[in-house]
Design a protein around this ligand. Structure first.
Ligand code: GTP
Ligand code: MG
Length: 140
């Protein structure tokens, strides 16, 4: 079955939204197979967002992501990557539908509370980047 990497960004952690975000994925029916709080540091974050390094907002993005700890998780289930992103809502919260996490809890693209992998291939890369050492938990 498909897996995706979902991360509560520093603003989501600081605002106490970790439980809410976990709850939405659990209630939808996804299975939690990885969960970790960490302060990964600049180099790791630059790695995670390597595809965006030419963007003008990249330095601000890294500073934001480095402003506090994040909570990373791996969710497993049907169509986890695409449906996971629909649970998060559009990248820019001004375009996120109500009922999505960003549509309910965010206004600014530079403080949009959560991350979700955008393709199955990138999900595997991100799971390896964030959970490579300890791996995820197999359970049924
Ligand atoms: P992630 O799930 O975080 O990867 O978001 P995404 O896949 O919906 O968008 P993308 O990967 O293109 O951008 C990564 C993150 O960079 C976004 O979630 C935003 O936090 C930030 N970002 C994207 N576009 C902009 C922008 O135009 N301005 C600013 N300030 N930040 C942006
Ligand atoms: Mg992205």
């Amino acid at each position: 079955t498909e897996q995706t990497y979902i991360m509560v960004k520093p603003d989501g952690v600081q605002r106490g939204l970790v439980g809410e975000i976990i709850s939405r994925f659990e209630k939808r029916g996804y299975k939690l197979v990885g969960l970790k709080m960490c302060a990964p540091g600049q180099e790791h974050l630059e790695n995670h967002y390597a595809d965006l390094k030419e963007k003008s907002f990249f330095p601000g993005l890294i500073k934001y992501m480095n402003s506090g700890p994040v909570v990373g998780m791996v969710w497993e289930g049907l169509d986890a990557v695409k449906t996971g992103r629909s649970i998060l809502g559009a990248t820019n919260p001004l375009q996120s539908a109500p009922g999505t996490i960003r549509g309910d809890f965010a206004l600014a693209v530079g403080r949009n509370v959560c991350h979700g992998s955008d393709t199955v291939e990138n999900a595997q890369k991100e799971i390896n980047l964030w959970f490579g050492k300890e791996g995820v938990t197999k359970w049924a």
